[in-house]
Design a protein around this ligand. Structure first.
Ligand code: SF4
Length: 335
């Protein structure tokens, strides 16, 4: 399928979306934009990322500024985007790049992949997009396109190996960065998960799935089990405050400032004391479906590790959306 790069680049040139990190800019700025956008795009869709990206690069315009920033500011700008570990890793990566690599992304893949928060996929994306290296970042979109084009099951244990072999036989292009972007974009717009737009696809003549009318629809993701949690809020009635502490117990909420949270192992394992039930709600976080019972009590005494936080505060302090949701529910008690 030696025609693949040519065909897909032709499609890309005529259909690519205008995205804020794709603008023409100096090499340093472009690298910075690629870095920030790639961290933000890990687990988040393009349309959600755009406003966060724009705000982020307006407030922190370059790598040096990011490395000098304190983490709280970075987290504040990330607020609402979720998966906050990405923000912390981006910050750490910026510091390393400024200190050890003269504020540039290293050229070698082996060095890029050692940066905090950079796995195989992000390292491939950074190498391709920033250095025009012949790397194919295989995200969900790319995986789907390639699995259909070459009729390889996505769950095939040797998927990556087989794809690498196919690409190694394709003619070289001097547009590796565009090819990587083009494959991702093509998967998002044309070779869509449920209903691929085969009729208008300029690859259909070469596509094994199209020829055999076997579209290799992505396997349904296994259903994630819902888990029950109890959250206990200490409240100061007169000062309108809630006690928050950094959670250390549940790894997926690690270091979030929040009220006390416990897994509800059995329906009767409630915390002792005068706790009042407020409501039940659901919150999905890091692929975990949380079914939450929210409890509160008015008190002036709080456990040592907690600190009071003003419910009306809209200051600069970073509060994760998970905790903000709790505060919104608690606010109703003060109406
Ligand atoms: S023909 Fe259909 S299945 Fe094949 S690459 Fe194009 S859109 Fe995807």
């Amino acid at each position: 399928m030696s025609i693949l790069p040519k065909k897909i680049l032709y499609w890309y040139d005529n259909n690519k979306r205008i995205l804020p990190w794709r603008i023409n800019a100096s090499k340093n700025k472009k690298e910075y934009y690629i870095l920030v956008s790639e961290f933000m795009l890990q687990q988040t869709q393009v349309k959600t990322v755009i406003p966060y990206f724009l705000k982020f690069v307006t407030k922190i315009p370059n790598l040096k500024a990011l490395s000098k920033c304190n983490e709280k500011k970075v987290l504040k700008l990330w607020e609402g985007l979720g998966y906050y570990k990405r923000a912390k890793n981006l910050h750490k990566t910026a510091t390393i790049l400024v200190k050890n690599y003269n504020s540039k992304l290293p050229k070698k893949f082996e060095k890029i992949i050692k940066l905090p928060g950079v796995g195989e996929y992000t390292a491939s994306a950074l190498s391709a997009l920033a250095h025009n290296k012949a790397c194919i970042p295989i995200d969900g979109n790319v995986k789907r396109v390639l699995s259909r084009l070459f009729l390889i099951e996505e769950c095939n244990a040797n998927f990556h190996k087989k794809v690498k072999k196919i690409f190694s036989k394709l003619p070289n292009t001097n547009r590796n960065a565009d090819l990587a972007e083009a494959l991702m974009e093509f998967g998002a717009i044309i070779c869509r998960p449920k209903i691929p737009l085969c009729k208008i696809c300029n690859l259909k003549k070469y596509c094994k799935s199209f020829k055999r009318e076997n579209y290799l629809l992505p396997k349904k993701s296994f259903s994630i089990k819902e888990k029950k949690y109890n959250i206990y809020c200490y409240l100061n009635k007169y000062k309108k405050k809630i006690a928050l502490a950094k959670n250390q117990d549940l790894s997926f909420l690690n270091n979030f400032k929040m009220p006390e949270i416990q897994m509800a192992v059995a329906s009767n394992n409630l915390k002792k004391g005068r706790w009042h039930y407020l409501c039940n709600y659901k919150n999905n976080i890091s692929n975990i479906k949380m079914n939450i019972n929210l409890f509160y009590k008015f008190t002036k005494k709080i456990p040592k590790k907690f600190h009071w936080y003003s419910i009306n505060k809209s200051g600069n302090e970073f509060i994760p959306s998970f905790t903000k949701k709790i505060i919104t529910k608690i606010e109703k008690l003060y109406l």
